[in-house]
Ligand binder design. Sequence first.
Ligand code: P6P
Length: 333
Amino acid sequence: MKRIGLTQFLVEEHRQHGNVPSELRLLLEVVARACKSIGHAVGKGALAGVLGSAGSENVQGEVQKKLDVISNEILLEANEWGGHLAAMASEEMETIHPIPNRYPMGEYLLLFDPLDGSSNIDVNSSIGTIFSVLKAPEGMSTPTEQDFLQPGAKQVAAGYALYGPQTILVLTCGHGVSCFTLDREMGAWKLTARDIKIPNETREFAINTSNARHWYPPVSRYINELVAGTTGPRDKDFNMRWIASMVTDVHRVLSRGGIFMYPADKREPDKPGKLRLMYEANPIAFIVEQAGGAATNGHQRILDVQPEKLHQRVAVFLGSKDEVERVTSYHLE
Ligand code: P6P
């Protein structure tokens, strides 16, 4: 495959599908450049005094790591001036962030989890940035939270950066999933995979099994059958992985198949799971479906969920279609 750059890829994608107008291309290029900066900061770790906590809490009441805050600021500053955005929303900010008056407003809304998996920062485990792009509603003048509350099916683009042994960017604009690898010497994203497809079948599952006693019956039934392997109804053995960094676990699923799950459980019955809908589950579900996989909350497509709050959580079952359909069918029985 010819290792073209991100801009050439997006120009050719638009030429072929008409799905990446120049404003959206600018947005994606700016976000990709911001991810390079985040990857650079992440890579310095203790050398840049950016490990440890920032002494503050985010809207979720989670202690913010310094790199969470730095990553959020990098994305805000990178996107304010371009005129391609009307507003931004982030896991790290309670309310939406309108474009400052001194800059022109564009027609897109950008949502992001600037550094997901941040509990892994201090132990040098892979972490990532997740982003989602929506169009601002027609006729919107001053952006409000309500303008962001669109089902995931309305996304025009979504992606994640993964800061691991390689720094990679996975992206969809609605016509398949592509992967770019950062050429660190050139400081450029190079296309290294296109039309990524998730195998329908898998023998690998990802869930935090320490929560087993809190699971609801459909999840317990599904996991017990996987663990029973050849001695149970599935009649084949399965493997388990849990890195506790969604982007890393998801990229493994995208790369070789698997099912990634963060179900609702009895610990907090009013919370439908841990992961957030708008800037974690929706962008990842868009990518997974574009790669031929499936993504549900146990009862319906994640992309069909009508959001009611910016930071609402959702149960997540995503990856290889056969397995997601099976565990979803157990919920629907
Ligand atoms: P647990 C990271 O904090 C995160 O939001 C996701 O990246 C990850 O999949 C999940 O939480 C891990 O949760 O409960 O296993 O620590």
